[in-house]
Each structure stands twice: as C-alpha cells, then as structure tokens.
Design a binder for this molecule. Sequence first.
Ligand code: IMP
Ligand code: MG
Length: 335
Amino acid sequence: MIADVVVDLQYGDCGKGKIAHALCRENEYTHVIRYNGGCNAGHTIYHNGKKFVTHHIPCGVFFGIKSIIGPGCVVHVETFLQEIEDLEKKGIPAKKLVHVASNAHLITDFHRAEDKKDEEIGTTKRGNGPAYRDKYARKGVRAMQDPRLQPYIISMYHELYENEIHDEIKILFEGAQGFGLDPDWGDYPFVTSSHCTVGSALLNGVPAHAIRNVWGVAKIYETYVGAKDFEGPDEIFEEIREIGEEYGSTTGRARQINWLDFDMLKMAARINGTNTIVFNKMDILETLDAWCLYDGPNLYEFKTRKDIEMWLEGKLELEVDSNIKVIFSGDKEFI
Ligand code: IMP
Ligand code: MG
C-alpha cells in the first residue's frame, strides 16, 4: 500500500483541491480519501476549464477514481446527497464512485442549529464543531446508522485490507482546512475541530509506513477567515482580496489577508514532513509586482519574484529538508 498526502500549511484555502486534482491526473491512484473535516471545507477545482466547488466529495470523482469520505470526517447527509446530484448533473459519475466510511460521523440538523449561534470563533456554521464534540463525548451518530447513506457505505478496513487488490492500493489523501486551524498546532481557540496534519490522514486506517509523498500546499501570501483580527495594515491587501478572489468558497465571507509568515510555514512543513511544497497564487502577486514576507517579526520586501523564490527555496532547504522540492505556481488548474 502506498499513500500520498496533500496537506495545507496555512489556514485552509491554499489550493489543496487544485493539487489533489493535478496529482490524480498524473498518478494511478486506486483511491482518493478525504481524511478530516466536513462541509465546512470548500475546494475550488477547475476541471477541463470548468469551475467546480466541492465540500464533502474528494476530487477522485473527476478521474473515475473511487473516492471515499474517511472515518476521520463528519458528514451532513442532505449536503452530501445534493453534492452528488450536482456533480451528476454536470456529467461527473459521482454516484458510483463516492463512498462513505461506515464509521464516519454525522452532522445533524441539531449540530447545525447550534453552530449557527457561534459568534466567538467565526465558524462556517456548518455544524462541524458540535458534530466532533458529540463524537468524542460518545454521543454521536455514525454514517452507517443513516438509511439514506446505505448505498454509499463501505467498511474502511475491508476496503484497505480484505480487498483483492490489497497489494496494489495507491491512495491520495486529500485534507481539509490547514495547519493554522489545527486544534493542537493552530491559534487555539480560533481553530477547527478536526486535525489538519498528516497524522490525521493516518487515523483513517493506513499503516504509517505507507506514506510516500507529502505535498504541502501554501499560498505566497496568507488568508484567514474567522473572528480574530488577522489582516495587516497594508492597503495592498484590499487589492489582493479582489484580484485573488479571496472570498470563502463555503460561506462567501471576505478572507483577511496578510503576508506569508515564514516561521509558521517552516513549523508546518517540519511537523508534516513535507517533501514537496507548492506556493500557489504567484500570478496574483505577479499582477501587483509586490513580494513580501515575514521572517520572525521582520517584514522583508523583495525586488522581484525571482528574489523571493530564491530566498524561500534556500531557507526551506537549509531549515526543513535539503532535498525538499519547492514549486511556485500561478495557474488555476495546473501546478
Ligand atoms: P469550523 O471548522 O466551521 O468550526 O470553523 C472554525 C474556523 O475554521 C473558522 O475560523 C473557519 O472560518 C475556519 N475554517 C473551517 N473550514 C475552513 C476551510 O475549509 N477553509 C478556511 N477556513 C476554514
Ligand atoms: Mg477552501
């Protein structure tokens, strides 16, 4: 068994969907597995030039790959079924490709109603936090208990270990949210309720030694949605928001913007063991020809794109992994 993992190194919305989609095109995966989160996630994917936004469903469906919502996830049944319908209408055969792990948990309408009242954290109000709370309080409901999900339910254990293709299983793990929102490593309490690191992928039933490549995804600037103050004072952030279309794909909220924080990026890259890092949205800063980042408390300004690229590459090789592969990307569909 082999597994590659796509993990977000900042606050979500860095373009995991794009990377996962591109990796599915290039590799022969047998499974794509979402390993954490619920419909608080929103992945914007361009497939053959057409835009798709998915919340629950992993991107394997675009390439005919079996796509599983793993045991680490929480599922809102109506949203899930609606998403299947929407993809089917657009010609993507989601019905036969998508499965839900029997031991994933449900987001109920009570969870949603409760989350709607949140004011402190600035959640997506999708019921995510209450669903995980009930899971760990041993009061939750598992996916296999809902009759509407019966056609989609599979046993993760059976799928991975009692399967005749056991030896040839090649998984792409598609994460949700990001390092800065992780309950342990993020800025608690301004975090989500499921883990957003590689460790979280392992919880879905694969052995640790199966992990092959870890793709860390970042943006060349940072965004965050939620209740805390995050945006820097620079007026350029307003322009970045407009040009970069930095509005939540789940809630439509304006994302707060700041320059990249190298210390956090380094920590996220180390803890996740990333061997490839992709910096997305290079095209946005290219338009403005503005290249800055924070190294500790210091704000550095670079003259050219090449300068910031060389700085980042050098630092990541020196401080994270001398063999790390660093990619700078400025395209919506391709890496
Ligand atoms: P929750 O996950 O809905 O409970 O929200 C907790 C925090 O995580 C809030 O600041 C949300 O805006 C943020 N969040 C949750 N999911 C995503 C995501 O997919 N992208 C970006 N931020 C997210
Ligand atoms: Mg998103």
